[in-house]
Design a protein around this ligand. Sequence first.
Ligand code: KG4
Ligand code: ZN
Length: 355
Amino acid sequence: MNSPKHIKRSPQAKLVLGIESSCDECAAAVVTDDYQILASSVHSQEEVHSDYGGVVPELASRDHVRNVSEVTSDALAEAGAKPRDLSGVAVTAGPGLMGSLLVGLSFGKAFAYRFGLPMVGVHHLAGHLAAAELARPDLKRPYLGLVVSGGHTALYEVTEKKPPFLLGETRDDAVGEAFDKVAVLLGLPFPGGPSLARLADEGDEQAISFPRPLSNKPGLDFSYSGLKTSVALEVKSYGREMTRKEKADVAASFQAAATDVLVARSISALKKTKLRQLAVVGGVAANQRLRRSLGEAGNRLGFEVFAPPVSLCTDNAVMIAAAGAASLIAGEDDGLSLSAFSRVPLGLAPWRQDE
Ligand code: KG4
Ligand code: ZN
């Protein structure tokens, strides 16, 4: 299908519309091709999933359908931009929940077709890494990327030319998933990660010595299911409703174990690769205990830590627009046959036919 020919681009069109719908945030943003943020609109689905303690895929897709158009018009209005001012659209093509991805992708296609714009698919994790590069222009490749979210826990060597190289990843649960599951064990409201982090502020992180899985073993992989089981056994051992202080101690001790492992593995990866800059991205990068511990380790060992502001750690469309901008400037257009991929390694773009 060819794009309509009758729409004239503004000669100064250098703006990118980003759309993100891979999980439970429906977001749109407008970013300039030199990474200035003009607008960001995020609709979170907290109320939709709160009764279930986790994201319900079908409910997520339906909510994206209800909101994708509005977040896009909100972002364009906030940016003071018309569709003809855009140089292209960047949409998350994977990984994520298939139904949710398809909503953003289908909307992006319809929008791009209607306004005769090129559209590129963006890998969600490339988006998270782009958030660090956008927020911290002094972050220069090559650097170590620690990606910590609800679905991923991985270390990448991010270089200028080649796709990011995977150094290690979780063998089971993602760290964000562990935060969310422990929050459910403690009866905390959804979304679990931020609720748990708030309660942990009231607790003593040395109260319980939870395991730091794999942190003393060679290699750069992670494992979180054993830690989660230890917390479950600890909670069960009370045999009664825990007091708020007891819960806070469990939360703080779990948070310390979960984040200490990320710090230890990052230090090992920096030593192995001889890199001096670490970018920590993804929803769990919003965690203050993690940011603090990485910062302290950086000061002690002489490496720099770059973390985006919290609003760019959790899912948003600024990061997707930023990650897609370079491809659009390079003249790429994935076209209307672009597909969604629920699982796809970072560095692969199976939606780009010539790769
Ligand atoms: O990147 P993200 O928004 O979505 C995915 O790509 O998964 O990450 C969401 C994850 C959830 O597991 C959430 O509980 C966790 O990030 N999270 C946090 C915090 N804020 C969000 N975990 C720990 N502390 C936080 N402050
Ligand atoms: Zn994410």
